[in-house]
Design a protein around this ligand. Structure first.
Ligand SMILES: *[C@@H]1O[C@H](CO)[C@@H](O)[C@H](O)[C@H]1NC(C)=O
Ligand SMILES: *[C@@H]1O[C@H](CO)[C@@H](O)[C@H](O)[C@H]1NC(C)=O
Ligand SMILES: *[C@@H]1O[C@H](CO)[C@@H](O)[C@H](O)[C@H]1NC(C)=O
Length: 291
């Protein structure tokens, strides 16, 4: 059911092409709505047929979603995909009483109505979650628009996101990566080793990462990939968990990578306080992907 709805939503928009100004107004409306806890401003974006709103992979009622709570946001960053008529927004709320890191993608139809809005809402107890750490690492990063003559093609930008995930299941895949050589995983910098201009990261190589949904913005050299990440929550076996990775690409190499990964159980089944305790009562607990 979920699958067919999402596929319908995506199919409806595959041919849509729309302007950056429209997409920017949509992400601005989304960020303002989350700050104010005014979910109605976001639900109003999506009145097209087959519209679906997901939070942590669950069909969600706007009125009881995280969007209905006012959240003090320290950093918001959006990318805009004019080919797919889609957007991605990263929200970091470290100084909110309840810290969050939220990744949201919105897909619009040719009628400029949202067909799909989905959020990965992470908080204490999710994979390496630390909003303060996320904020500190994020702040010095530069995500300025890339001059036209220096931009990588859409295909190249997207292929680097794919290379990253392909490498989890294939040790022979090369992932072009440059300085500063860390991935911001939850709130921790997972650092690689810089050899010359190349960042060498250590990876597992037995994990096939399915359900990839892309948002690409060549102007920013950015691709975000929503995936299902198998084995992330040890209490769920190999079921794919809701996960999003945002990449900044410059000169054909990954420069930055930010992750948001949601677990069903606090601590992701790692039997410790590694990721802190969760007692914060999210209504929509993350569910494994199954579409
Ligand atoms: C979160 O990150 C901040 C900033 O790096 C650090 O000071 C703090 O100890 C971290 N908290 C946990 C629980 O790891
Ligand atoms: C693994 O990656 C290499 C290098 O890109 C590629 O040639 C090979 O076909 C891949 N293997 C599988 C099973 O996908
Ligand atoms: C966590 O503890 C449970 C119960 O003791 C055990 O079955 C499980 O294998 C442990 N998981 C990990 C990842 O250590």
């Amino acid at each position: 059911m979920l699958h067919s709805l999402i596929v319908a939503g995506l199919a409806a928009t595959a041919a849509a092409d729309c302007g950056r100004d429209f997409l920017k107004s949509a992400t601005a409306a989304y960020v303002a709505a989350q700050k104010a806890g005014q979910s109605a401003a976001v639900s109003a974006l999506g009145t097209s047929a087959n519209f679906i709103f997901l939070e942590n992979n669950q069909v969600t009622d706007f009125k009881s979603s995280t969007l209905s709570k006012p959240i003090k946001i320290d950093v918001d960053r959006s990318i805009h995909d004019t080919v797919q008529c889609a957007t991605f927004t990263e929200l970091i709320a470290a100084s909110n009483p309840h810290p969050y890191v939220i990744h949201t993608r919105m897909v619009f139809g040719a009628d400029h109505k949202a067909a799909l809005i989905e959020s990965i809402v992470t908080d204490q107890g999710d994979w390496l979650f630390n909003a303060t750490g996320t904020l500190e690492l994020n702040r010095p990063e530069k995500w300025d628009p890339i001059p036209k003559e220096k931009q990588d093609s859409r295909a190249v930008v997207q292929s680097l996101g794919d290379a990253y995930f392909n490498r989890f299941g294939n040790v022979s895949v090369t992932v072009p990566w440059g300085a500063p050589c860390y991935r911001l995983e939850g709130g921790l910098p997972a650092r690689g080793e810089l050899k010359g201009d190349d960042c060498v990261m250590v990876w597992p190589s037995t994990i096939i990462v399915p359900y990839r949904r892309y948002i690409v913005d060549e102007d920013l050299g950015a691709v975000d990939v929503f995936v299902g990440f198998p084995g992330l929550d040890r209490t769920q076996g190999q079921l794919p968990m809701p996960d999003s990775h945002l990449f900044r690409v410059e000169g054909g190499k990954i420069k930055y990578c930010h992750t948001a990964s949601a677990c069903v159980k606090e601590g992701c089944g790692l039997n410790g306080t590694t990721f802190g305790r969760r007692d914060l009562g999210l209504k929509y607990r993350p569910k494994p992907l199954e579409f």
